[in-house]
Design a protein around this ligand. Structure first.
Ligand SMILES: [Zn+2]
Ligand SMILES: [Zn+2]
Length: 353
């Protein structure tokens, strides 16, 4: 039986923290759950998952549907699209069987690339490599989520760029529905021997996904999100504070050390796993600074329930704090004495988003 390899390459950058990441997790479970009910898909479809934030990595190797167990998705800082593409190409080379004189290889692999941001690494050489060596033997469909995605870069990569817009929170459910339908249709067509090479995107509109025509790509809108990481002073576990721009979206600072302007409201504080740091890119430029006066809202610690996640250790890292007094910084182990609080703002480094 020839396999139909499906690579899901998903963006797990910080802007996905909270609800979007949960929705993405659900989307993956739904795609696999639905395809398992389809006899054609069950026979041929094999799925692999590659995740990328500041780093890219394979988190599920190519496996048949019945052996697929939805992974916990990591989260990290950055959007290393170039590295993600290189990882996809490596996996295709390693996992997809080519047709030779002695064996019938796999069907043409399909890559679904989902991203909500602009790349934070170099993408030129990966895009060149894809176009030269892979575009003719694999099908890549890029799907953008929200207005922060860089559709112009994606259009250099593939003609098939789809965009998921809206803010109802059901975008990823529609994504799952559509991926399921398109994979099922392809496996059925292959089984019937009627498959034209490539995959039909015609049904995307039915799922509320629009196909961007050449030249329709837009530059990404400025980052609307400020993310900060801290550690619980009791458990030492990391957490992520996520703030959304409240006004003046057009004057937010760009990366490279300038100060961001505008005001950001708290969206939530999410517990992180230690692997957050493995999935985060090392900084190549100074972090954009944001002043605490620009941030509205304080969240309790998701790990221990302490009243604030906005206390600052002497090493300039954030930690949780439950009131005045002496505490040990979970980052550097130095003692820090918290007073009753000061209203003066201080500057802290922003995450890459
Ligand atoms: Zn805590
Ligand atoms: Zn410290």
């Amino acid at each position: 039986m020839r396999r139909l390899p499906i690579f899901l390459c998903v963006d797990v950058s910080e802007s996905m923290a909270g609800e979007p990441l949960m929705q993405l997790q659900k989307a993956m479970e739904s795609i696999v759950g639905q395809l398992r009910q389809d006899p054609h898909a069950l026979e041929t479809v094999h799925i692999s998952v590659i995740a990328f934030a500041g780093r890219a990595g394979m988190i599920v190797p190519l496996v048949e549907l019945m052996s697929f167990y939805p992974p916990r998705l990591p989260l990290g800082g950055g959007t290393a699209l170039g590295e993600a593409l290189d990882e996809v190409m490596t996996r295709i080379e390693v996992e997809v069987k080519k047709t030779t004189a002695h064996q019938r290889g796999d069907w043409e692999p399909i890559v679904y690339l989902l991203t909500d941001g602009r790349p934070t690494d170099r993408t030129d050489s990966a895009i060149r490599r894809w176009r030269k060596h892979f575009a003719s033997r694999a099908h890549l469909i890029a799907v953008t989520l929200g207005k922060g995605a860089d559709t112009q870069v994606l259009q250099q990569l593939t003609d098939d760029v789809l965009s998921l817009e809206g803010s109802g929170g059901d975008e990823l459910a529609r994504f799952a529905q559509w991926v399921t339908a398109s994979v099922a249709a392809q496996s059925q067509a292959l089984d019937a021997g009627s498959a034209a090479p490539g995959i039909s995107l015609a049904k995307a509109g039915d799922a509320g996904i629009s196909l961007l025509k050449a030249g329709e790509g837009k530059p990404p809108e400025d980052d609307q999100v400020v993310v900060l990481t801290g550690r619980c002073s009791k458990s030492r576990k990391p957490y992520l504070l996520k703030y959304q721009a409240l006004d003046m979206p057009d004057v937010l600072g760009s990366f490279g050390g300038q100060a961001a302007t505008g005001v950001y409201g708290l969206e939530g504080c999410y517990g992180l796993e230690e692997d957050y740091f493995d999935w985060t890119a090392e900084r190549t430029a100074p972090a954009t600074q944001v002043n605490t006066n620009q941030l509205e809202g304080v969240a309790p610690c998701p790990h221990c329930g302490a009243a604030t996640t906005f206390a600052l250790g002497r090493c300039d890292h954030l930690m949780c704090c439950d009131g005045p007094g002496e505490q040990t910084c979970p980052w550097c182990d130095m003692e820090v004495n918290f007073g009753p609080g000061s209203s003066d703002g201080f500057d802290i480094g922003r995450g890459l988003g």
